[in-house]
Design a protein around this ligand. Structure first.
Ligand SMILES: Nc1nc2c(ncn2[C@@H]2O[C@H](COP(=O)(O)OP(=O)(O)OP(=O)(O)O)[C@@H](O)[C@H]2O)c(=O)[nH]1
Ligand SMILES: [Mg+2]
Length: 359
């Protein structure tokens, strides 16, 4: 599968059908009144989020979307048929921008969520709508209005809850492949992963949580070095980061710092996200080496350091328990923050009543 996370498209709503000018012709009625029907509305171009899609690849092949026009109004007050909406599917996590106005039109996060990007034009009124006391036989009817035209930009930002980060070769893909049913390519050379891999990891309760393994970061990734920069955006919406360092590397402590520096340089709050740190590949190290590295990393980070082997699955349960606990805490903090923001809005909108004068 080719992973495309940026696309542009031209979207145009259908033109409304013209209104009709016609008059009733009835056998025994000498001068029938106006009877021209209204044109049907043009169809709209509507984006629909689909959770089975993971890429904007389809937009490589089709990037012009025009919804059908409405039909003309008919005689005998018949309204023209409306043009059907043109539904265009996008992956969940797609942000939609108006290129000319440089504004965000919407963020499609939930499956089935819709966003009208180019409304169809209204159908024109038929001549019966122009009947008045002064004009008993209006000739006038309206043309249908054109549909909206827009150039839109689509940007996919994955909606995984947990992002696995680390230098190339740290074992990120190996970990997601043992935790979930994802089957990414794994190899003993850097930059094996070229696109983000998503995997659903089951909690003990049975609920699924989406993990993302992004291509390895290197120093300068935020400036476009290696593959990492393009993919950092895919961890912007994660709730927590799982940072893997390769315990068998020459200098795992400096590897850790390299990644942290990249997170800081990228911005967007990445470095402030809750993070769990784990040394990987402990199966290939002596216990003393693992202990020594653990203390060195703990001294630098001031946090707990997990020790795992993605291959032998050692330490995996303890790490996952910590992931679930931290996710719960993060979700609670987010909910509390949202409640605070909602309350602040209510307080802001509640007028302060003037004090009653003391008589
Ligand atoms: N001994 C040992 N080797 C491991 C472990 N985890 C991963 N490896 C090996 O390390 C190499 C890199 O693993 P990947 O999972 O492809 O690493 P990655 O972090 O996804 O690498 P990129 O996609 O290049 O960023 C492979 O040869 C794996 O078999 C582990 O726990 N122990
Ligand atoms: Mg990989």
């Amino acid at each position: 599968m080719q992973f495309i996370d940026h696309a542009e498209a031209y979207v145009e709503g259908g033109t409304g059908g013209d209104g009709m000018t016609s008059f009733r012709r009835e056998k025994y009625v000498p001068a029938g009144g106006p009877s021209g029907g209204t044109g049907g509305n043009g169809g709209s171009v509507v984006l629909v989020a689909n959770s089975n899609l993971q890429t904007l690849l389809d937009f490589r092949y089709a990037h012009r979307f025009k919804a059908p026009d409405g039909e003309k109004g008919g005689s005998k007050n018949k309204t023209g048929a409306a043009g059907e909406d043109l539904l265009v599917e996008v992956p969940c996590g797609t942000l939609v921008y108006d290129i000319d106005k440089d504004t965000l039109l919407g963020d499609l996060t939930e499956p089935g969520q819709r966003l009208v990007v180019a409304p169809g034009g209204k159908g024109g009124l038929g001549n019966k709508h122009f009947l008045s006391n002064r004009n008993r036989a209006p000739e006038r009817s309206q043309p249908g209005a054109p549909g909206a035209i827009r150039q839109i930009k689509l940007e996919l930002k994955l909606l995984a809850e947990v992002g696995i980060i680390g230098l190339p070769n740290a074992g990120k893909s190996t970990l997601i492949s043992t935790l979930s049913s994802a089957q990414p390519k794994i190899a003993d050379y850097p930059f094996t992963t070229l696109i983000p891999n998503l995997g659903v990891v089951r909690k003990p309760t049975g609920d699924g949580t989406l993990f993302a393994d992004i291509p390895g970061l290197i120093a300068g990734a935020h400036e476009g070095q290696g593959l990492g920069h393009d993919f950092l955006r895919h961890i912007e919406r994660t709730k927590l980061l799982l940072h893997l360092v390769d315990g068998t590397a020459e200098d795992p402590v400096s590897d850790y710092s390299t990644i942290q520096q990249e997170l800081i340089a990228y911005g967007q709050g990445l470095v402030d996200k809750p993070q769990l740190l784990a040394i990987n590949k402990i199966d290939a190290l002596l216990d003393e080496e693992v202990d020594e590295l653990t203390s060195r990393l703990a001294a630098v980070t001031g946090t707990k350091v997990f020790r795992i082997s993605a291959v032998s699955r050692q330490g995996e349960d303890e790490l996952l328990r910590a992931v679930w606990q931290l996710l719960d805490e993060t979700n609670e903090a987010i909910a509390a923050e949202e409640a605070r923001a909602a309350q602040a809005l209510i307080d802001f909108n509640t007028p302060i009543l003037p004090l009653r004068p003391v008589l």
